[in-house]
Design a protein around this ligand. Structure first.
Ligand code: FAD
Length: 411
């Protein structure tokens, strides 16, 4: 970080990005105020904690960075400067013991966010960071001051030396991140890629009988293929489709198919551990008097939900020929008609485009205003990549703000 600076910082949004930026700016000597529109802070972080709080991932950066697709150089630099090891050390510094799960994902032993958030807020308050809840940022006034709507429709003006925007994406809007900042920034000349649901379920028109019997049911081990890309993992049947890690990981390919053709084809392999030939051989055994379901369960080890999914894909009678049946079980065709909405998506793709910010994440259209976290235009699967990018961009934006202010003051 650069030399200590004097001055004031306003941080808009008190999720993990805003709180991390506050910590860095405060450590650099700035007087920091955070504003959030909700009555309490870090609500989405707490929600992430319900799934165990997958903080980051243990794989090396060569494997880690491509998870962000065509990773924008600024994001790559931010993660290299604040890599998973730094995030782990930071969490441990807050008293959180961590462990690496079997998939390489890293979690706090507490498997929730509340102890970390509690310790973090106590430390920030002790450092002098002031948190203003129920303050909604609505834009800038004619003099360039920040405008915040506080309770009782009172408008608060603020003119900090530096501003960090950390307003999140638009998924789970009831937790505070509602994407209402998009038109405000567009009006200020900032280019925004449309916010769309990422790490979200997909829509599939199940038959009534399948939905009634299997809604909420897990498909323990399957492989999914879309547009030539294959992912092995788990999924859960929902009322109107599928959700879960394997589905989320294919999100970009599914979204591209939907954008291109209005629908996307998903091929589901419910017996990924067998080759087609192995499965065909098993299915060539004599059936005797067994029902189809009993035969498939005994000969191929298929769970009832896997058998029912195969029937959904067949849209009629299952093929009698073992080779054809094996081919169906290993590539059940399902048509995806849309993505689940933002209301329940884990994250948002789209946001402030990287060509609108410099390498310190400062807005070209607004010198002194920096952007951090999920409101930037990156996308990644679940696995700890979301929080890692959130924290790393917050560190980059805060350090950039300190450097920018120091340079301004020394002129
Ligand atoms: C169910 C669920 C599970 C998840 N699990 C994981 C996980 O295990 N691992 C992982 O890496 N990621 C996970 N995530 C994603 C992760 O929580 C987010 O990527 C992360 O919270 C983004 O942080 P942020 O600070 O950028 O935004 P947010 O956490 O969304 O915070 C933004 C803040 O800005 C405030 N705000 C918005 N607009 C305004 C405004 N106009 N004025 C004032 N305040 C405003 C909001 O109230 C909010 O507090 C999960 C998300 C969900 C929904």
């Amino acid at each position: 970080m650069s030399a200590p600076a004097r001055g004031t910082a306003a941080i808009l949004g008190a999720g993990p990005a805003g709180l991390m930026a506050a910590e860095r700016l405060c450590a650099a000597g700035l007087a920091v105020a955070i504003y959030d529109q909700m009555p309490t802070v870090g609500r989405k972080l707490l929600m992430a904690g319900r799934g165990g709080l997958n903080l980051t991932h243990s794989e090396d950066l060569e494997r880690f960075l491509p998870r962000y697709g065509a990773v924008p150089p600024v994001l790559g630099d931010a993660i290299r400067s604040f890599p998973p090891a730094s995030l782990q050390a930071w969490a441990e510094g807050l008293g959180q013991e961590l462990f690496v799960g079997s998939s390489g994902r890293i979690f706090p032993k507490a498997m929730k966010a509340s102890p970390l958030l509690r310790a973090w807020l106590a430390r920030l308050t002790g450092q002098g960071v002031v948190v203003h809840t129920r303050h909604r940022w609505v834009g800038w006034d004619e003099d360039g001051e920040l405008l915040l709507a506080a309770s009782g429709d009172q408008l608060v003006h603020s003119r900090p030396d530096v501003t960090i925007l950390a307003l999140g994406g638009a998924s789970w809007p009831r937790l505070g991140s509602d994407g209402a900042w998009v038109p405000v920034l567009e009006q200020a000349g900032v280019a925004i890629a449309p916010l769309v649901a990422a790490n979200a379920g997909v829509k599939i028109a199940w038959s009534d009988i399948f939905r009634q019997r299997f809604e909420g049911g897990p498909v323990k081990r399957l492989s999914l293929t879309c547009d030539g890309e294959t992912v092995v993992g788990e999924a859960v049947v929902t009322r109107d489709g599928l959700e879960g890690g394997a589905v989320y990981a294919l999100g970009p390919a599914i979204r591209a198919g939907l954008a291109r053709e209005g629908q996307a084809q998903l091929l589901v392999d419910v017996r990924p551990s067998f080759s087609h030939q192995e499965l065909a051989t098993k299915l060539a055994q004599p059936r005797r008097k067994q029902s189809t379901a009993t035969f498939l369960r005994k000969a191929a080890g298929m769970a009832p939900i896997a058998i029912a999914l195969t029937r959904e894909g067949a849209r009629g009678a299952l093929p009698a020929d073992p080779a054809a049946l094996a081919a169906l079980i290993k590539a059940i065709p399902l048509t995806v008609t849309g993505m689940g909405g933002l209301a329940r998506a884990i994250s948002t793709a789209g946001g402030v485009r990287f060509d609108s910010v410099d390498r310190h994440l400062m807005l070209a259209a607004r010198p002194g205003v920096f952007v951090a976290g999920e409101m930037l235009d990156w996308d990644a699967p679940t696995g700890g990549y979301l929080l890692q990018a959130t924290f790393a961009t917050a560190v980059r934006a805060a350090d950039g703000a300190v450097a920018w202010l120091s340079a301004k003051q020394s002129r």
